[in-house]
Design a protein around this ligand. Structure first.
Ligand SMILES: Cc1cc2nc3c(=O)[nH]c(=O)nc-3n(C[C@H](O)[C@H](O)[C@H](O)COP(=O)(O)O)c2cc1C
Length: 340
């Protein structure tokens, strides 16, 4: 059952047509014509979790569990290795239940090698024992715990009782010897949720905001006789999540900006709004499925080049400089932000 669902998630994601808006278009950054450095002096390195990454992006959780998923994970891991960026595997619950599914996850560590950053992934209904197994399975450098009540509630076989989640997070943070990242799956996080997670001891949050992959639509495609389309606009747009997260002023909280990152400008704006790292899932999957590894590689290569163009055109020589770039807000983002 779980295996078919994993396969369907990929297939149905590729069939989705609703185009959500993470509101990157409402972030305005002024063009700066007097950069005082050479293009080859631009430094895109970033320190994250004790590692020096070549570029401030990670490949976010997508899949695992089937042969097809194994191929995808191998290609994603090759990309993560090529660009020296972290990668998260998809939810490992399937591999905790079925030994045959393990290889589709371990392929990621095998491909990336021992030096790359690899993140395990589970949902918040599992406890410390499962968390330890998931981390050990792929020798993970961190564990992602995903919060996905919206997705579960429209899955026929989905969970309906989320009472254990807070306590699981607290217990996992206390018992794992690697960091915990709490993430959404595309509906975003409010400042209250981020504050609560922080109070449970978590120091890495991935807002996974609204505007990219839409799990209401992905799941709805599994049930053609039902219509959930009126919920397709539900969620906190990525840019709003980032602004509110920054306003919390939690200095030791690392923020991963994700949800609807489709290119260099989105990533750049996510960093301007305070993300320590950006993350991408759906758009990279599109390139990989439609054109294979080489096409996805070219997409990331161009994204990296365009990102450096934006660094130069804002006078940002380093990633730290990006955080000081002034920005203006307009349109929906301006009015939404003003109401909180
Ligand atoms: C096909 C597919 C499967 C996914 N499976 C998982 C998963 O197993 N665990 C998880 O935490 N997130 C999962 N996600 C969510 C992504 O990690 C990410 O949070 C979300 O897609 C928003 O980013 P995006 O707009 O760049 O796709 C999945 C996304 C896609 C497209």
């Amino acid at each position: 059952m779980r295996k078919y669902r994993k396969q369907e998630h990929i297939e149905n994601y590729l069939k989705t047509s609703f185009h959500g808006d993470p509101l990157f278009k409402d972030v305005f950054i002024q063009h700066y014509s007097l950069p005082g450095f050479a293009f080859n002096e631009i430094d895109t390195h970033v320190d994250f979790m004790g590692h020096s990454l070549d570029f401030p992006l990670m490949i976010n959780a997508i899949t695992g569990g089937t042969e097809f998923a194994e191929e995808i994970n191998r290609d994603l891991a090759r990309l993560a290795k090529d660009f020296s960026i972290p990668m998260a595997v998809g939810s490992q619950t399937i591999a905790l239940e079925d030994e045959d599914a393990v290889e589709s996850f371990t392929i990621v560590r095998e491909t990336i090698g021992k030096d790359g950053l690899v993140f395990a992934n589970l949902n918040g209904l599992l406890g410390p024992e499962e968390a330890k197994k998931a981390v050990k399975m792929i020798d993970a450098d961190a564990l992602q715990i995903h919060l996905n009540p919206a997705q579960e509630l429209i899955m026929e076989e989905g969970d309906r009782d989320f009472r254990p989640v807070r306590e699981n997070i607290r217990a996992i943070v206390a018992s794992l010897d690697v960091p915990v990242i709490v993430k959404e799956v595309g509906f975003g996080m409010s400042s209250q949720v981020i504050q609560e997670i922080y109070d449970l001891g978590v120091r890495y949050v991935d807002v996974a905001g609204f505007g990219g992959t839409n799990f209401f639509e992905v799941e709805n495609l599994r049930y053609p006789e039902e219509d959930y389309s009126e919920l397709f606009s539900w969620g906190n747009p990525t840019c709003l999540c980032l602004l509110l997260a920054k306003d919390l002023g939690l200095k030791d909280l690392k923020i991963i900006g994700s949800g609807g990152i489709r290119g260099a400008e989105d990533l750049f704006k996510a960093l301007v709004l305070g993300s320590d790292l950006g993350a991408i899932s759906g758009e990279l999957l599109n390139y990989l499925i439609h054109g294979g590894y080489a096409y996805a590689h070219q997409f990331l290569d161009q994204l990296q080049y365009k990102f450096k163009i934006l660094m130069m055109l804002t006078g940002s020589k380093t990633i730290e400089d990006i955080k000081k770039v002034p920005y203006g807000l307009k349109g929906d983002l301006r009015s939404l932000y003003d109401t909180f």
